[in-house]
Design a protein. Structure first.
Length: 198
């Protein structure tokens, strides 16, 4: 599908590479035309196209991932709550991880941090979608101790990073700030508690 044939100067292509987590090459597209910033031939870049089946593939992959997760959760005895909060969450965060790593490789630390925090904000906003689709009453009335503790754990981890941004200390442990170390320890303890609540 032709997405409007936009022009992509070099800086914009680099941004696309960061978001997509892959290197953009003209050979990856069926056809290209010469464009340039300020009509400068040296900045010619190809027009980009999005395959029409991409959106459908994402939807199908999401459906398969959910069904597979349900089967694994029942087979292993981990429970749907724990499996969804840990393994399914990790699987769906892999594309974001790719974007973060790509941003860091290009030296865009602020973009990487904003991607992580923005992704978390968007995920929380998805509760609105769940609440809208759910046929019963308010969906939060159906959650139990597991979900309540998971929410508190998320608040605690975010608080550590907020404290780190306020204090801005330079001391590090294993190339990580104290806030990141505290988050790792708290996350590990939180997973143990969640496993017991599953």
């Amino acid at each position: 599908m032709d997405i409007g044939n936009p022009e992509f100067p070099p800086d914009d292509v680099q941004a696309l590479e960061i978001i997509a987590g892959v290197e953009v090459k003209s050979a990856d597209f069926p056809r290209a035309v010469s464009v340039g910033r300020n009509n400068d031939p040296s900045t010619r870049m190809p027009k980009r196209y999005l395959p029409p089946e991409t959106s459908m593939e994402i939807l199908v992959a999401g459906f398969i991932l959910t069904k597979t997760g349900e089967a694994i959760a029942e087979t292993t005895g981990l429970g749907q709550s724990f499996f969804g909060a840990v393994f399914l969450a990790i699987a769906t965060s892999l594309p974001e991880l790719s974007s973060v790593v790509s941003a860091l490789r290009h030296g865009h630390e602020m973009l990487a941090i904003s991607d992580v925090l923005g992704g978390s904000l968007f995920d929380l906003a998805l509760v609105f979608v769940v609440d809208t689709i759910y046929a019963g009453g308010p969906v939060l009335n159906e959650v139990g101790t597991f979900s309540a503790f998971a929410a508190l754990l998320g608040i605690a981890l975010t608080t550590f990073y907020v404290i780190g941004m306020i204090e801005r200390r330079d001391r590090r442990i294993f190339r990580m700030g104290y806030d990141s170390v505290a988050v790792l320890v708290c996350y590990a303890i939180g997973l143990a508690v969640l496993y017991g609540l599953r």
